[in-house]
Design a protein around this ligand. Structure first.
Ligand SMILES: [Zn+2]
Length: 139
């Protein structure tokens, strides 16, 4: 089992707890507008589509695809797994619902734009970081 890489821990608040701690139950969750069903991320009090204020956390499937990525070869901090892949993924449920994350469980040179990925969680203290791995079922 490799050591966990260094990550800056976000501050968990009432507004973002569903996102950072959803992984405890294996769920990737975003706010969703109850009026127009738009997913909203990062968390904000008002729906950007309809200006509705009734936003509640809901889980998504965890399926996504790689939109763009970069390989970080620079060991800024001591970590066992360089180079690693920093990616922006788009969540399957909605065009434009995107996360900056890491692609894990595959060689960095295997990461490609459009690659299907699925969420996995890495627990550190009170945070479950959503990371993404290749989705073999959709490869
Ligand atoms: Zn809305």
């Amino acid at each position: 089992m490799a050591e966990k890489p260094f990550r800056l821990l976000p501050r968990v608040t009432d507004r973002n707890r569903h996102f950072w701690q959803g992984g405890k139950e294996g769920r990737l969750q975003f706010l969703r507008c109850r009026a127009c069903a738009t997913w909203v991320h990062p968390p904000q009090p008002v729906c950007p589509e309809c200006l509705g204020k009734d936003l509640v956390p809901e889980p998504v499937s965890g399926r996504a695809q790689v939109l763009t990525f970069t390989l970080n070869h620079q060991p800024w901090v001591p970590a066992p797994d360089h180079p690693y892949c920093i990616a922006i993924v788009e969540i399957e449920e909605q065009e434009g619902l995107r996360l900056m994350t890491n692609v894990v469980h595959c060689a960095p040179e295997e990461v490609a734009i459009g690659m299907p990925v699925r969420v996995v969680f890495e627990e550190q203290e009170d945070v479950w970081f959503p990371l993404f791995e290749p989705d073999e079922d959709r490869a």
